[in-house]
Every structure is written in structure tokens, then in C-alpha cells.
Write a protein of this length. Structure first.
Length: 196
């Protein structure tokens, strides 16, 4: 798994990454300046460079932290001796919880990754493709085992991941159900729709 090269993590760096994720989500990567970030962190722009080399490095760090976390989860789920349907549900619940509880970082990783440059861009694209393929292979296993309806697995994966991405509108909603109820409803609909 790819990990962007960064200076050793420090409490200040963690604050910089958190504030950067918030700004990248609100303004977009291109529209966010180092000066914007410095103001939000509460430091002079020049002192940011004690912790990070560039705005691009921040985006790399956010994107690969999220991607690596998702890949580690699918490894953990695949190691369990459970049904394919249970694995799909566990992966979906993890995705939903990440989007609810780590919204800024997941949103940036999902929407702003295209601003990475190579080799990071190619690496992340590859990781995203492998992630989707691994979920699809679990669904295909479930189809072979007779647990899951005969459907096109890659299409099912895209629908599930786009539904999770849509949690953005839940975050913006003025009147919303709890995160737990959202997770229950989404799981019931998306996993329930796969059951044979």
C-alpha cells in the first residue's frame, strides 16, 4: 500500500491535516491557499513548512491515510470466516461510519484526489480500482454460493459506494436522523437488495 512520504507526524501536523481537510472540502483543493491554512491553524504561513513541505503533500497524506484505512478494513473483513453477504455488510457499515465520523477526510479523499500528481495519482487510482474489485469479488463469491442474487457485481459496488458518498447531503441537512439510524437504513436497503 502506498504511503506518501512526510515528515514525522506531530500533534501540530495532525491539526494542520484536520484543518486542511476542512478547507479542501469547503473551498476545494485548488482554491485553498497556504495562507488560508495558516490562518485556520493559527500560525504564520512560513511556520507551516516546519511540519509540511507543500499543499500537495497534505492532499497526499489525507488521500492515502483514508485509502490505507479502507484497504486495511477489507483485509480484516476478508480474514473472517463469514458469509459473503456478512462481509459485504461489514464493509458497507465501515464505509458508512467513516463517512459519518470522519467526513472531512473521506470527502476530500473521495472528491479531491484528482488533484494529486504522479506517481501518487496513478497509485491512488490503482488502489481505488483494486478496492472496488475486491468488493465485487466478494459479491461474486456470494452469487456462486447462492446467497446473493445474480447481478452485475461491479455495478452493485458502484451503487453502494455512490450511496455512501451521498451521505454528504445528510451532513448538510438541517433536520437529520441519527448516524446510527442512517447506517441501519442504508444497510437494510443496500444489503437487503442483494439477498437472494
Amino acid at each position: 500500500m502506498a504511503i506518501s512520504k512526510t515528515k514525522k507526524n506531530s500533534p501540530r501536523k495532525e491539526i494542520i491535516l484536520e484543518k486542511a481537510a476542512q478547507l479542501f472540502r469547503k473551498k476545494g483543493f485548488n482554491a485553498t491557499s497556504m495562507r488560508d491554512l495558516a490562518e485556520n491553524v493559527g500560525v504564520e504561513a512560513a511556520s507551516l513548512y516546519n511540519h509540511i513541505r507543500s499543499k500537495e503533500e497534505i492532499l497526499q497524506e489525507i488521500c492515502f491515510r483514508v485509502a490505507n484505512k479502507f484497504m486495511a478494513n477489507i483485509d480484516e473483513v476478508n480474514a473472517k470466516d463469514t458469509s459473503a453477504l456478512a462481509k459485504v455488510e461489514a464493509i458497507l457499515r465501515f464505509n458508512i461510519r467513516q463517512m459519518i465520523h470522519h467526513y472531512e477526510e473521506v470527502y476530500v479523499s473521495d472528491r479531491e484526489w484528482k488533484h494529486l500528481t504522479d506517481p501518487y495519482l496513478s497509485n491512488l487510482k490503482n488502489q481505488r480500482r483494486i478496492y472496488r474489485q475486491r468488493i465485487a469479488s466478494i459479491i461474486e463469491e456470494g452469487i456462486r454460493n447462492g446467497e446473493i442474487k445474480k447481478i452485475d457485481a461491479p455495478t452493485a459496488v458502484l451503487i453502494m459506494l455512490h450511496a455512501v458518498s451521498g451521505i454528504e447531503s445528510w451532513h448538510r441537512s438541517k433536520q437529520k436522523i441519527s448516524g446510527e439510524l442512517l447506517e441501519q437504513n442504508m444497510t437494510l436497503i443496500l444489503v437487503g437488495g442483494l439477498k437472494k
